[in-house]
Structure formats: structure tokens, C-alpha cells
Design a protein around this ligand. Structure first.
Ligand SMILES: [Zn+2]
Length: 167
């Protein structure tokens, strides 16, 4: 364990949700292969992050620091990397930075687990397209209520789902 985590621009960065309604937990995955971290956060924090990114991109485009083309067109993996993360982190604070065309997500975190660390720093450089995608993912998963059945598209209750397509 270390107290500082650094990720370069282009490192996969995605928002995820798991669990049943009412007990959903939200997290970000940053990194890939052997070097990735899971960052747990509250739904409200994820919603706030999405709004902050939107505002951030809007401000940049209003100041003509970026063109809309820069926030489009990216393909990123949405898979959770295999194996164990380098760290399980929980967010205390998130800030967005921008310098010379590069965005940085700065997180103040603490580490969970046996090697508990009270305060650590995570810096993740991201392209604007990545930020945009992250904000969109966050909005989708925060807005979604019950998970959907992949067969019929209907909502799946905590108690289960009787699929009309299987009858
Ligand atoms: Zn179904």
C-alpha cells in the first residue's frame, strides 16, 4: 500500500453500481490489468461529480479553451479488471483541475481494509472525452432504479423476476 496513487491520461476510468435497489453501492474503477483501484463513493457524491464535470466542460467550452470535438469520440472498456485491486479506497473529497488542455481528477481518499490508511491522494489525469463519458455513466447509473432483465427489459425486483419471455 502507498499513500499516493497516480494514473496517466488515457487510463481506463469508469463508474459502476452494484447491489439491489435500496442497497446499491457505487464505485469508480481507475486503472487496468495489475494496476487498478476501486474507489467507493456515495450516490450523492457520484451525482455531484457528474454535475461538476458537466459544469466544468461547459465552462471550458464557453471560454473556448476546448472545442466540442474534443469531448466526443472515445472508446473505453467498461469491464472491471480481473483480479484484486491495488487498493480499496473511499472518497473524502474530489476536485477537478485543468491545465494546458489536460484535466485532472484529484481525490482525497482513505484506504479500506487491513492496511487502513487515513489519508491518501489519488491523481488521475483524464482526457475531456473520458470525463464526459464518466459523467454520462454516472448519470445513467444514478438515475436507474431497479436493474433491468436482459431478456425482456423489465425491472427486476429484489425478490426476483418472473420473465414473461420465458413463459
Ligand atoms: Zn425478463
Amino acid at each position: 500500500m502507498k499513500e499516493r496513487y497516480e494514473f496517466d491520461e488515457g487510463t481506463p476510468l469508469s463508474a459502476f453500481v452494484m447491489g439491489v435497489p435500496g442497497k446499491r453501492t457505487f464505485f469508480l474503477i481507475i486503472g487496468q490489468k495489475e494496476e487498478w483501484v476501486r474507489v467507493w463513493l456515495e450516490k450523492e457524491q457520484l451525482e455531484t461529480l457528474a454535475l461538476a464535470i458537466d459544469q466544468f466542460l461547459l465552462t471550458l467550452s464557453q471560454k473556448r479553451l476546448i472545442s466540442s470535438r474534443e469531448v466526443e469520440g472515445t472508446t473505453l472498456s467498461d469491464d472491471v479488471p480481473s483480479g484484486l485491486p491495488s487498493a480499496e479506497l473511499e472518497i473524502d473529497q474530489i476536485t477537478l483541475g485543468f491545465d494546458q488542455g489536460r484535466a485532472t481528477l484529484n481525490f482525497l481518499v482513505h484506504a479500506l481494509g487491513p492496511q487502513k490508511i487515513d489519508q491518501a491522494v489519488l491523481n488521475c489525469q483524464a482526457t475531456l472525452a473520458q470525463l464526459k463519458k464518466l459523467a454520462n455513466q454516472a448519470k445513467v447509473i444514478c438515475a436507474a432504479g431497479r436493474p433491468r432483465c436482459i431478456v425482456c427489459g423489465g425491472p427486476i425486483d429484489p425478490a426476483g423476476h418472473i420473465c414473461p419471455m420465458n413463459n
